[in-house]
Ligand binder design. Sequence first.
Ligand SMILES: C[S@@+](CC[C@H](N)C(=O)[O-])C[C@H]1O[C@@H](n2cnc3c(N)ncnc32)[C@H](O)[C@@H]1O
Length: 224
Amino acid sequence: MARRRWAATGEQLARWMASLESAPALPSALILLGGSAGWMMSPDFLARFKTVLLVDIDPWAPRLFALRHGATLRRHGVQLDFLRGDVHELLDRALAAQPQACVLFDNFLGLDSIYTRSLEVTARRMRGIRQRMRGRLWGSVHDRLSGPGTADWRHADCWARDWSAQSGQALPQQDMFASVQAQGHWLDHHTEHVLPPGLNTRLIAWPIVPGRWHWLEAAWVDAR
Ligand SMILES: C[S@@+](CC[C@H](N)C(=O)[O-])C[C@H]1O[C@@H](n2cnc3c(N)ncnc32)[C@H](O)[C@@H]1O
């Protein structure tokens, strides 16, 4: 059921991942942070790398990831390695091991303010990520806002919109809320500092469970 409910979100994410193809001199290695079982990972995107280093705190992640994507990885000769632990602690090690790799923060940064319990620490951490990504081709998909909404995902016409902080536009919150028929309290995931200012990003709706929506933000940054 989740697979059907998440399909449109997955297609939007696959389209966004594919947009990396337009970057010059694409690396053949990927560092995939918080990749989990790869529920929303595009097989076509994975297939374009020679090595994938999955970093996740969940010890089950590599087995679940291989269950879902093993056939694709084998067919395209992609080597999958795993590093278990907290990304914030392991990031420098992963970067040193893969100096040329492209890096994807795969939908886990929106959880940080829950763990840090401090907006200041979260903001510092997010800005720190940008600094640690200097010299890299990198991207992130992360929660911006989440909460209840009564829009029926089978009919909803809300899957994605482009947003350009560059043109000084404020996040189109009211439009996003209206399209999922938002109700009640919504959570701000405090991920506004993950990406550098002045970037074109993609806002993608995700009906995580019936009656609850997340608005994801996704963008690539070429900081090489
Ligand atoms: C929402 S899931 C990601 C879903 C994944 N992108 C997919 O397509 O299935 C978040 C994942 O990030 C991992 N995670 C969360 N915080 C982490 C951290 N600080 N370090 C490492 N892994 C983390 C969790 O274990 C979980 O597997």
